[in-house]
Write a protein that binds this ligand. Structure first.
Ligand code: FMN
Length: 186
């Protein structure tokens, strides 16, 4: 079977983002038949504006990155009980025009971490709601909700908690199977 190519998006522009660290940790424990590239140009996207009839270059780049991936893993922080604006902006760009949106039928895994006890769960459920409209199949279980992230990642962004690593391994197995179900060419 051809390998599964995954794209990861962290909903944070911070260099020391724990959600980007979470994506790196997932990449380290994925099954051998899958690889993860972390998208690093979210900060280049302009604010969404439908007056712009032609996609600015960063938008084209972002849409092509989604289109060429077999599945998308989104690691979201929780900002004020919801999705950070930069992430919503990136999603909004990717949904226009709807008929050619690369998010349509794209398998998605939603994960997230926060310093608080909710572990980003409210943001994750908002994301799941958004992906109903984009018609993107989102993996149900296992959920990756990481509370008190500072107790699981060190200051350099290395995962230090073995039970979390096992959860990420289980997520990787389930997500790769999910992608193969919806992307028949892999
Ligand atoms: C504007 C703002 C709002 C936040 N709101 C929440 C929140 O509602 N729930 C929560 O658990 N953490 C909240 N936090 C804390 C973030 O979850 C925490 O900073 C997290 O590490 C950000 O993710 P990152 O490390 O990937 O940048 C908030 C942080 C900011 C800056």
């Amino acid at each position: 079977m051809p390998p599964v190519r995954l794209l990861g998006l962290a909903g944070s522009l911070r260099k020391a983002s724990v959600n980007r660290a979470l994506l790196r940790a997932i990449g380290e424990v994925l099954p051998d038949d899958a690889s993860l590239t972390i998208y690093d140009r979210m900060g280049d996207l302009p604010h969404f504006n439908s007056d712009l009839k032609d996609d600015p270059e960063p938008v084209t780049h972002w849409k092509q990155a989604i289109a060429s991936a077999d599945g998308l893993i989104i690691a979201t922080p929780e900002f004020n009980y919801s999705v950070p604006g930069v992430m919503k902006n990136a999603i909004d760009w990717a949904t226009r025009p709807p008929a050619t949106s690369p998010l349509r039928r794209k398998p998605i895994g939603v994960v997230g971490a926060s310093v608080g006890i909710s572990g980003s769960m409210r943001a994750q459920y908002h994301l799941r709601q958004i992906f109903v409209y984009t018609d993107s199949p989102v993996l149900g279980q296992p959920e990756v909700i990481i509370p008190r992230s500072h107790e699981r990642f060190d200051a350099a962004g290395n995962l230090t908690d073995e039970s979390t690593r096992e959860l990420l391994r289980a997520f990787g197995v389930a997500f790769v199977a999910w992608v193969r179900r919806f992307a028949p060419h892999v």
